[in-house]
Design a protein around this ligand. Structure first.
Ligand SMILES: Nc1nc2c(ncn2[C@@H]2O[C@H](COP(=O)(O)OP(=O)(O)OP(=O)(O)O)[C@@H](O)[C@H]2O)c(=O)[nH]1
Ligand SMILES: [Mg+2]
Length: 419
C-alpha cells in the first residue's frame, strides 16, 4: 500500500511494510540478476601506464595467467601512442571481455610536457563515445562495446628515490578521470628495507601533491577489513614473470637469479598476490561501478554544461531538460534573426554604396563622353575648314591652269601666223 503526498511539486511515496502469509518468490531476484549478468558476460578495461620496458606486458600476462601478444616498444618514438587490444577470456562459465590499453613510448621523449596529453585524450574519447551513444534516440548501450577505462595501473620505476615529476604530473591530470592504482614495477630489484622507505615516500609525495589514487571500498562489511588492510599496502610492489619453475609437484611463476629465486605468488617476496586479489577477485565490480558513477558522471556533467545544459536556470530555479532545450532554441532563433537582420542591413548598405559608386562612374563616363563629343565637333570643324581651304586652293589651281592653257594656245597661234 502506498500514499502519494504532493511536496515541493514532487510526489513522495510513503511506504508501509507488509507481511505475506506465504513464500512468493521474489527472494530469487539476486539469482536472476546473477544469471542475467553471467549470460551477458563482463567487460573490464585496464590501462597500463609506465615507461618503456618496466614490465607492463609481463605483469598483464602474470595477472591473467595467459600470454597476450605483445611486442617490445622502441625507445625512439617521437610521441606517446595508446594501443588497445581486446581479448575474450573464460573462467568456469564466466566470460570476460578484457581490453588492455598500453602507453607506447611513454617517458621516452626529451620534452615530456605532453606525455600525459595522449593518455587524457584517449580516456576522454572513450567517455565521449559512451556519451554519444547515450544521447542517441535509438541507443544500444547494452550491446555496444564499452571501452571506458576501469582501472589504470601506474608503473613506478623502482629507483628507491620517490616519484619522478612525470609520474606526479600524469597522475594528477588523470585522478579525476580514472581509478589509479600505483604499482612499483620490478620490485625484485629493490631491497626489503628500501622498499618500505620507497613506499612511504611515494605515498607522502602523492598526498602532498593532492593526487587522489583509487581506494578499495570499505563500505561493504564483507570486504571492509581486507580492503582497509590492502589500502595500507598501496603502492603494491610487483614482480612479473613468464618463466615457470617446479616447486614440489607444482609449476610456479618465478624469476631466477644466480643468488636465488623470486616467486611471483609468494607474499613474502612481493605484493603480486595482493594486487591480483584486489584487482580481479574482490574489487573489479567496484572499479567498473566507480568508473560509471564517478568518473564518467563528472565527464558527462562537464560536457552537458559545455553544451549549455543545466539543472537550474539563472535564478537558481530547477529547470527541465526540455525547458533548457526550448530556451536554447528560442535564444538560437533570436540570435539567428538578429544575424539575419545584421546581414540584411549590411547588404542594403553595400547596395547603396555600390549604387553611389555606379552613379559616380556614370557621371565620369558622361563627362568623358561630352568632352569626346566636343573634341569630335572641334576636330570636325577644323577638318571642314581645311577641306574648304583645300577646295579653294584646288579651284584656284584649276583657274590658273586654265589661264595658262589659254595663254599657251594664243602664243602658238601667233607663231604659226608669222610663218
Ligand atoms: N627484474 C624484473 N624484470 C622484469 C619484471 N617484469 C618484466 N621484466 C623484464 O623486463 C623486460 C621488459 O618487460 P616487458 O613486460 O616487455 O615490459 P613492457 O613495459 O611491456 O615494455 P614495452 O611494452 O616495450 O614498453 C623483460 O626482459 C622482462 O623479462 C620484473 O618484475 N622484474
Ligand atoms: Mg609491453
Amino acid at each position: 500500500m502506498s500514499a502519494e503526498v504532493e511536496f515541493n511539486n514532487k510526489k513522495e511515496i510513503h511506504l508501509r511494510t507488509l507481511k505475506q502469509s506465504g513464500h512468493v518468490g521474489f527472494d530469487s531476484l539476486p539469482d536472476q540478476l546473477v544469471n542475467k549478468s553471467v549470460q551477458g558476460g563482463f567487460v573490464f578495461n585496464v590501462m597500463c601506464i609506465g615507461e618503456t620496458g618496466l614490465g607492463k606486458s609481463t605483469l598483464m600476462d602474470t595477472l591473467f595467467n595467459t600470454s597476450f601478444e605483445s611486442t617490445p616498444s622502441p625507445h625512439t618514438l617521437p610521441s606517446v601512442k595508446l594501443k588497445a587490444h581486446t581479448y575474450e577470456l573464460q573462467e568456469s562459465n564466466v566470460r570476460l571481455k578484457l581490453t588492455i590499453c598500453d602507453t607506447v613510448g611513454y617517458g621516452d621523449q626529451i620534452n615530456k610536457d605532453d606525455s600525459f596529453k595522449a593518455v587524457v585524450d584517449y580516456i576522454d574519447a572513450q567517455f565521449e563515445n559512451y556519451l554519444q551513444e547515450e544521447l542517441k534516440i535509438k541507443r544500444s548501450l547494452v550491446t555496444c562495446h564499452d571501452s571506458r577505462i576501469h582501472i589504470c595501473l601506474y608503473f613506478i620505476c623502482p629507483t628507491g628515490h620517490g616519484l619522478k615529476s612525470l609520474d606526479l604530473v600524469c597522475m594528477k591530470k588523470l585522478d579525476s578521470k580514472i581509478n589509479i592504482i600505483p604499482v612499483i614495477a620490478k620490485a625484485d630489484t629493490i631491497s626489503k628495507m628500501e622498499l618500505q622507505r620507497f613506499k612511504a615516500k611515494i605515498i607522502q609525495e602523492l598526498n602532498s601533491n593532492g593526487v587522489h589514487i583509487y581506494q578499495f571500498p570499505t563500505d561493504d562489511e564483507t570486504v571492509a577489513e581486507t580492503n582497509t588492510s590492502m589500502n595500507s599496502h598501496i603502492p603494491f610492489a610487483v614482480v612479473g614473470s613468464t618463466e615457470f619453475i617446479k616447486v614440489g609437484n607444482k609449476l610456479i611463476r618465478a624469476r631466477q637469479y644466480p643468488w636465488g629465486t623470486v616467486q611471483v605468488e609468494n607474499e613474502t617476496h612481493c605484493d603480486f598476490v595482493k594486487l591480483r586479489e584486489m584487482l580481479i577477485r574482490t574489487n573489479m565490480e567496484d572499479m567498473r561501478e566507480k568508473t560509471h558513477t564517478r568518473h564518467y558522471e563528472l565527464y558527462r556533467q562537464k560536457r552537458l554544461e559545455q553544451m549549455g545544459f543545466s539543472d537550474v536556470d539563472s535564478e537558481n530555479k530547477p529547470i527541465s531538460f526540455q525547458q533548457t532545450f526550448e530556451a536554447k532554441r528560442s535564444n538560437h532563433l533570436a540570435e539567428l534573426q538578429s544575424k539575419e537582420e545584421e546581414v540584411r542591413q549590411m547588404f542594403v548598405q553595400r547596395v547603396k554604396e555600390k549604387e553611389a559608386e555606379l552613379k559616380d562612374s556614370e557621371k565620369d563616363l558622361h563627362a568623358k563622353f561630352e568632352k569626346l563629343k566636343r573634341d569630335h565637333a572641334e576636330e570636325k570643324r577644323k577638318l571642314e575648314e581645311s577641306r574648304k581651304a583645300l577646295e579653294e586652293d584646288y579651284l584656284d589651281f584649276q583657274r590658273r591652269k586654265q589661264q595658262l592653257a589659254t595663254a599657251h594656245h594664243t602664243l602658238t597661234l601667233g607663231k604659226n601666223k608669222k610663218k
